[in-house]
Every structure is written in C-alpha cells, then in structure tokens.
Design a protein around this ligand. Structure first.
Ligand SMILES: [Cu+2]
Length: 368
C-alpha cells in the first residue's frame, strides 16, 4: 500500500513541476523575454538544489526500506562469500563516496553559479595537470579493485584443499543432478549416449570399475559445515548456471566443458535458520542462466549439516549401479533368497502327506 502511495506522490510531484514550468512559460510571455529568462534561471537553480536534497533523501529512504530484503542483510554463508562481501563493501564505499561527492558538486554548482550580472566568468580551456589527476586516480583505484577481484576469483576457482569433498553437479532442463563418488572417492567415467532418465541420469559407464559405487541424487545436495566442497559442474543439455547466492558464488554449467569452483560452508542450515529468524530457511541452488521455459523452476536445495548427520545420510544412500541393476544388489538378493526359502518351505509343507489333515485338525481345535 505504502509503495503505491509513494509512487502516486512521486507522480504528483512531476505533474506539479510540469505545471509550474508551463505557468512560468505564460508568465514569460506576459513579462517579456529578458526578465523571464532571469527568473527562470533562479527557478532552475532552486530546483537543482531541491533535486539534490530530495535525491539524497530518496537514496536514504530506499536503503532503509529495501536493504533488509537484499541478501547483503544476511551473513555470507561461506569463507569465500565473506571475502566477496568484503570486496563488495569496499567497492560500494569507494563508489558511494564518489557518487555523493560528484552529485553534490554537480547540483550545488548549478545552484551556486547560476547567472549573476555581478560575477565575471573565469575561462580556461585546458589543464594537463587536472586531466592527469582525474585519469590517474580512477585508473589506480579501479586497478586495485580488479586485482582484489582476480585474487578472489583465482581463490575459489583454483585448486581446492586436499581434504575437500567433491560433488559433481549436472544441470538439466529443468533440475539438478548431484553425483558423489562413493567409497573409492573416484568418479566413474560417463558417456552421454548412456543417459537414461530413469536409472542413469548422467550416463555413467557401468563397466568402469570406479563407477559402480557412484551415488546419484536429485535436487538436494548434502555438504558438511566447515569442510571445503569442490563442485565439478556440467550440463546435460543447454547452458545453465549454478547460483549459490547465500554462499555468494555462481558458475556456468556448460555442456561438454566441466567448470569448477569450491567453497567452505560456514553455517549449517539449522544455524542459518536461527541467524535469519526464518524457520523455513533453506540454502538455495538456483539456475542463474535463462535456459528455457522451466528456468524459474530449477530450484535445488543445499543442506549444510554436521559431519555425523552427513555420515548418517550417506549411509542411507544406495549406489546408482544397484538402483539400475537391482538383481546385483547383495541385500536385495539376500531378501529374495529369504523369501525364496520361505516359499519353498511352504510348498514343501503343502506337499507333505497329512499336511491338509493337520491344518484341518488345527482349525477344529481352534473352533473348540
Ligand atoms: Cu537452467
């Protein structure tokens, strides 16, 4: 409601300004050109100053009203994210100071140095010194900012620490597939022609000895608080983008060209729920690349948990090989075996002489 009201007020202010301009035009016709030009200059000078003050108030109000709705109001949830936030705040501080200084000078000068018959204009066409200063300072500042950015970029796209866990992330229209390498810590090879949406969504080559303990999950990725995670990112169809806004990271998912990045989660999902005061908080993995008509629905979840909870979850996961070939599952075979034995026993019991009589006798006893 208050938003509509603010829009209405701003619209009205513009209408008023427009009407004043129109009215002053008529006045100028009545008063004569010279007088009206002088008066217009005064009005314009005042409006410049008013715009400066209202503009700064507007920036302040927008910040008060909207800041809590941005992700910057929440703490970065990864070590890398903290570095990126720091970079962003430094950049905002520098550009913010420049913004305020230049806007102030621009509008204040327009007001202060409006036409005045008693003032003589100082004219100069060129100053090498001034040009050197205003070229060198921004160039040096921007270079420093870019170097900071590059250092961070190389940090989280570079080699992950040795203790990092590795998760393969595959984007598809429209969802995310996560692969864990299983006990051998090596991913099995894959080939796109092996893709079978029901049992082999990334096209694992089952004959590869490293492939048979690989674990596939969809939409939810489990990672451990405090342990670096390296993501190996790919796509099954078009270009997607792994967007981890709470961790302040994103990386394109390109078919055929694996990309990587790594991060260290700082808070579990539970801790983040307390920090944000939102009982439904979930770390989101969104697709940050327009990838088709279901793009909006490509939402995955990152569950950040403690090590023991992760171990429990992992213990419950079944290797995809056994999902694709249930007959090779030793546990399923055991169960089938047990069932087979029961059936066999039942058949034998039925075949045994006197079995029928026995059961009839039992029934009779039960009735008595
Ligand atoms: Cu996508």
């Amino acid at each position: 409601m208050s938003l509509y009201l603010s829009i209405a007020i701003i619209a009205l202010i513009f209408v008023v300004i427009f009407q004043i301009a129109k009215a002053s035009e008529y006045v100028s016709i009545l008063k004569g050109e010279e007088n009206s030009r002088k008066q217009n200059n005064k009005i314009n000078g005042f409006l410049m100053f008013a715009f400066l003050v209202l503009g700064f108030i507007g920036v302040y109000v927008c910040n008060e009203y909207l800041f809590d709705k941005t992700l910057l109001a929440q703490p970065a949830a990864s070590v890398q994210g903290e570095k990126l936030d720091q970079m962003l705040w430094i950049t905002l501080a520098i550009t913010g100071a420049v913004f305020i200084a230049t806007q102030f000078l621009l509008f204040w000068f327009a007001y202060k140095y409006q036409e005045d018959e008693n003032r003589k204009v100082f004219f100069f066409a060129h100053s090498t010194k001034l040009e050197l200063i205003w070229t060198a300072i921004p160039a040096i500042t921007l270079t420093v900012l870019v170097v900071f950015g590059l250092r961070n970029w190389f940090f989280f796209t570079g080699d992950a620490p040795k203790n990092a866990m590795v998760v393969e992330v595959t984007g598809k229209q429209f969802g995310w597939i996560f692969r864990y390498s299983g006990k051998d810590a090596v991913f099995g090879k894959k080939y796109y022609k092996n893709i079978d949406p029901a049992t082999n969504s990334v096209g694992i080559i089952w004959d590869d000895k490293y492939a048979q303990d690989d674990i596939l999950t969809e939409q939810t990725m489990y990672v451990v608080k405090g342990q670096p995670v390296k993501l190996i990112i790919g796509s099954r169809d078009v270009i997607h983008d792994v967007g981890l806004s709470h961790f302040r990271l994103k990386m394109d998912a390109v078919p055929g060209i694996p990309t990587t990045m790594w991060f260290t989660p700082l808070y579990t999902t539970k801790e983040m729920r307390e920090k944000t005061g939102n009982p439904n908080f979930a770390y989101e993995i969104s697709c940050d690349q327009m990838c088709g008509n279901g793009h909006y629905s490509m939402k995955g979840i990152v569950e950040v948990v403690e090590q023991d909870e992760y171990d429990l979850w992992m213990a419950k996961q079944k290797a995809q090989y056994l999902v694709a070939f249930p007959e090779k599952d030793p546990e399923a075979a055991k169960a089938a075996d047990a069932e087979g034995k029961v059936n066999a026993a039942a058949t034998e019991a039925a075949k045994a002489p006197g079995a029928k009589k026995d059961s009839t006798a039992k029934k009779a006893t039960a009735k008595m």
